[in-house]
Design a protein around this ligand. Structure first.
Ligand code: 6PG
Length: 246
């Protein structure tokens, strides 16, 4: 049975700290069970606030961070040092974990315009990297936790309503993104839904209609967030303002 859960927290800060505590515990559980943890990170205000909360969570010292692989659900295809890069914004966590054994070789950033001529090439390289770390016969690691923000339009990763979709596994290039910047790399819905647990991080009143729509019926094209599902659990970790229409 796939667990489906909605947890309502008081506000954005409480949501970030609640998710951080849950994440540290889930990572410790994965390492205890399988010797390794694969975690997919997300940008966005709540996504980055969550990483900052992990960086100061007292339980972080109990995790062997050298056994953790960090991946990304999506990335803006911009220069490596652009403030738009999710990977750069996550330094708030990585810098804190450097002292706790984090191996930067297992922080798998998506490619930038410094490395690749086009988003297609960056996506192909990420697809290859996912396959390299995947168990025999799989296209990507069975992510223990895959976190996603959700836009007010119900987009997740860089999968926007009635925009580019792919039935393939791995990462794809996105162009003409309705939200700037226009060029991005994103995991596909199939790869997102291959994760053991998918957590949707949603805060703010402007998200209330999309959060309600995502619970209503599955419609991947019109409401991408509605189609997200982990193989073991799907958790909507939200704040009170986002939950007003539930
Ligand atoms: O790539 C992007 O443009 C953002 O990262 C985006 O996908 C974000 O995760 C959601 O829109 C939620 O963002 P907020 O938490 O800031 O609302």
């Amino acid at each position: 049975m796939i667990a489906r859960q909605i947890v309502i927290h008081e506000d954005l800060a409480a949501t970030a700290h609640g998710i951080a505590a849950r994440l540290v515990t889930s990572i410790a559980d994965a390492i205890a069970a399988r010797g390794v943890a694969h975690v997919v990170l997300t940008g966005g205000s709540l996504g980055i606030a969550t990483l900052a909360a992990v960086a100061e969570n007292p339980a972080r010292v109990s995790v062997d961070w050298s056994k953790v692989h960090f991946w990304w659900g999506d990335e803006r295809f911009v220069p490596a040092d652009s403030a738009d890069r999710n990977a750069g914004q996550a330094e708030v966590l990585f810098a804190a974990l450097d002292q706790l054994g984090l191996d930067r070789e297992t922080v798998h950033a998506m490619g930038s315009t410094d490395q690749y001529d086009c988003a297609e090439d960056a996506a192909a390289a990420y697809t290859a990297l996912l396959a390299q770390e995947a168990p025999e016969g799989a296209a990507s690691p069975a992510f223990d936790v895959l976190m996603l923000g959700m836009g007010p339009d119900s987009h997740v990763a860089s999968l926007f309503p009635n925009h580019t979709r792919s039935a393939e596994l791995g990462a794809i290039a996105i162009h003409d993104s309705p939200k700037p910047p226009p060029h991005r790399v994103s995991l596909t819905m199939g790869t997102i839904n291959s994760a053991r647990e998918v957590w949707l991080l949603v805060a703010g009143a402007e998200k209330a209609p999309a959060l309600a729509a995502a619970q209503h019926e599955v419609n991947e094209a019109a409401v991408p967030a509605s189609a997200v599902q982990g193989t073991q659990a799907t958790r909507w970790l939200v704040d009170r303002a986002a939950a007003t229409l539930l």
